[in-house]
Design a protein around this ligand. Structure first.
Ligand SMILES: Cc1cc2nc3c(=O)[nH]c(=O)nc-3n(C[C@H](O)[C@H](O)[C@H](O)COP(=O)(O)O)c2cc1C
Length: 167
């Protein structure tokens, strides 16, 4: 395939989309995140890159725990809202049905087919972004049989992919 040089500021596409949930004092706050990846197999670890100034970023540091929720396409409008409105300005706590993670107390989104409760383990500080590395304490999947978990979850989460830069 013939290539042309483009801007150096390129991204691997498509990007998965998740919603981060964190307790900000007594209230859950939610933020849309496309910069998310697994970083270790055992112990299971996942990383997110968060803009330093985001309300959620400070909350994660304070709480030490948060959730990574994988939405289905039925939640598109709400996930988009979480990505354009700050918890500093608007209360996003009632957008979803929330349960609290058994191990961390992180707010899990019931409507998402997959929700992982995580503990913050390390942070890498860049000029505009904090890379937050965390271990997954428990993953909660909405499915009837454990054997079918991965397949069913993949199907329910399917096609919610970010195709363009969010910046
Ligand atoms: C599709 C999409 C993906 C996003 N991905 C990220 C991301 O990976 N990292 C980040 O810092 N902000 C990302 N954002 C921006 C934040 O979600 C947005 O600034 C949000 O309002 C922050 O909420 P908060 O201030 O309540 O923390 C994304 C926004 C959208 C719409």
């Amino acid at each position: 395939m013939k290539k042309v040089a483009i801007d150096e500021n390129a991204y691997p596409y498509p990007m998965p989309m998740v919603v981060l949930g964190v307790m900000m004092e007594e209230r859950p706050n939610f933020m849309a995140v496309g910069w998310v990846t697994r970083v270790n197999f055992q112990p299971p670890m996942i990383a997110v890159a968060l803009g330093k100034r985001h309300y959620t970023n400070g909350g994660i540091h304070a709480a030490g725990a948060f959730s990574v929720n994988v939405p289905g396409t039925d939640l598109l409008a709400k996930v988009d809202y979480c990505g354009i409105v700050s918890g500093r300005d608007k209360d996003k706590s009632a957008l979803f049905t929330v349960t609290r993670g058994e191990k961390t107390g992180a707010p899990l989104i019931e409507e998402c087919p997959l929700a992982m409760e995580c503990r913050l383990r390390a942070s890498v500080f860049r000029s505009t972004t904090n890379l937050r590395l965390q271990s997954i304490s428990t993953s909660w999947a909405s499915t009837i049989s454990k054997a079918a978990t991965h397949q069913a979850t993949r199907r329910k989460c399917s096609s919610f992919l970010r195709r363009q830069n969010w910046a």
